[in-house]
Design a protein around this ligand. Sequence first.
Ligand code: NOJ
Length: 763
Amino acid sequence: MKLFKLIFILFTIVNLNVFAQKKATAKSSQMDQFVKSLMSKMTVEEKIGQLNLLTGGEATTGSAVSTDVEQKIAAGKVGGIFSLTTPEKIRKTQEAAMKSRLKIPMIFGQDVIHGYKTVFPIPLALAASWDLPMIENTARVAAQEASADGLNWTFSPMVDIARDARWGRISEGSGEDPFLGSAIAKVMVKGYQGDDLSKNNTIMACVKHFALYGAVEAGRDYNTVDMSKDRMYNDYFPPYKAAIDAGAGSVMASFNDINGIPATANKWLLTDVLRKQWGFTGFVVSDYTGVNELSAHGLGNLQQVSARALVAGTDMDMVGEGYLTTLKKSIAEGKVTMAQIDNACRLVLEAKYKLGLFADPFKYCSEERAKTEISTEANLKAARNAAAQTFVLLKNENNILPLKKTGTIAVIGPLGNTKPNMVGTWAVNANMDIVPTLVEGIEQVAGKDVKVTYALGSNLTADSVLQKNSTMFGRDIPRDNRPEQDVINDALKVASKADVIVAALGESSEMSGEASSRTDIDIPEVQKRLLAALLKTGKPVVLVLFTGRPLAIKEESETVPAILNVWFGGTEATTAIGDVLFGDVNPSGKLPVTFPQNVGQVPIYYAHKNTGRPLPAGGWFSKFKSNYLDVSNDPLYPFGFGLSYTTFNYGEVKLSNISLNPGKTITATVSLTNTGKVVGKEVVQMYIRDLVGSTTRPVKELKGFQKISLNPGETKEVSFKISEDDLKFYNADLKYVAEPGDFKVFIGTNSSDVKEADFKLLK
Ligand code: NOJ
């Protein structure tokens, strides 16, 4: 009987799968027929029109502004619009498309990067949560709100691996690690697109910036990348591939040069790797005027670069109108074939079909949804919860934190009383007026027995021009132009009456993000002088550190008793900071990126190669070793680091077997105990090292993690399965292989503090 049941279940599963596959094939052949028939009616101009993406009339991240947009739409010369929101405006603009000869609907995109109106923490912060379901939910909420406001396409996730803290856009991605980055890329795509892109509450993802944008030389934005294929395939490509495998509908080409050919014109990248090797079937859009910028890269005039970008595999031209104005001529001159135009046009039309826009061009234009589904209480609650999960406790001497909900707290510093700087960079839809300042957030959580006072204490930077450039897009922080010491003295007066000082220091939100690279990644000097004066008071000082990148805070790590790294936490940043400062939430964030001792160590990352002359662990300087004269090789805070208000004890790593047979798994287990007094969450991290390879292998690579909650005194066994797949890498022939031999597995609380065991992969 049991066997019969089992056979029946198996039969049903197989049948359901076959049914699902048949349905998908039928759907895709319906789409093929539809698109083919539509394209048979289209003129060359109309096909080229589909490849043209314009802004809704305002420049966003460059100087180009789209003009005569409505006329162009009505003439069938526009495939999509970005940076236009609200159902009313989008409906009106879509109506213009419905007046065009073939009534082809447009897609409407925007940079919905970390939330929409409800802003979640910046992506780097989200990565610090290591909480995949939570991260997926942030994308789900963002999609729900954006689609309720008329949008159906987002330029996210940004999955560029970044190991150079000088690069401002490190804030927009998931940090330095391909494994963590891939896991996040996948859930972000799932969160945006759901399981059915044609629903009106899902939006199409656009994986960016393809590729290697995070490796720009010297951390200077838009700069050149020159990289080996070993590094590309093993370290930088995995998150893009993970997003493609998760079904992302579109990809954005990056601005940067790659080994001599900028991504936008790089056929090897956009066609050979993306389509042929990875099987991507969506469309590729350039970045903002990315096609035109090929001229500045030195690839020719607008006609030449437009032809080159299209032939390489860039299907849609963002804002620059090079395609619109030159492609027809290029066809006539034989520089571009009609088949190439057809292919790009088909991909754009297919995206529209998948979104369900041909069935209903106005399906995202619901005024009712816009009223009821945006900035809801539930979404704000999710934002507050998310933010609290992203904070990383870097230091907590003598358990200064959590604070008591009594007495006087002096909030001091340029980040302590600003609303617009809390949401972080790339929050274009944020209503910054409703964001509580840190003073307000702390007051809200502290309740009536706490008095919260405030003083500016210092400007953001001493240099007013630097401050102006660091506070663009309405992120102003008022300046006090009196002599510096007067401003500090005022703060000291306020501090003298307080029980605790909360120093709100660091970067403004626009000190990271696009075109916000820095050569100095310290806390600005003027703020450091304020901090030194505050420490001299002898009062307990908690540094609440705002940042969009790893900062070099060696001095502060030595002198300040407590440091809570809060990144930029979104709409509910400061209530969440309150939750953590007072211990209502126990911090559990872990760094997704290495914090260096100083900028000279950059790029610094845990998964480095060993070199032929490695420094012995714990060493500093040794002549003829790979090291520096003036600073050790150690990071200030390693990848994966983060403290808690409780403590955790790790047992030894136990392996179910020290030999792994191909096709089988072994299990690595540690017992984890909460040895402190409060409930807490710990991100248990598993790393692997391939000891002997056909090519050199990193000293450690993250291969698994789990976020575990434990009550005081509680112990849990935490297990990771290891299979041959976890040991695979791209070898010198770019084959993805696992090589038999010796391996080490490490499990621990961060990339430096681990227990280890040895195993072998058998032939
Ligand atoms: C330029 C940025 O590089 C990209 O990330 C963004 O999506 C586009 N501008 C559109 O705003």
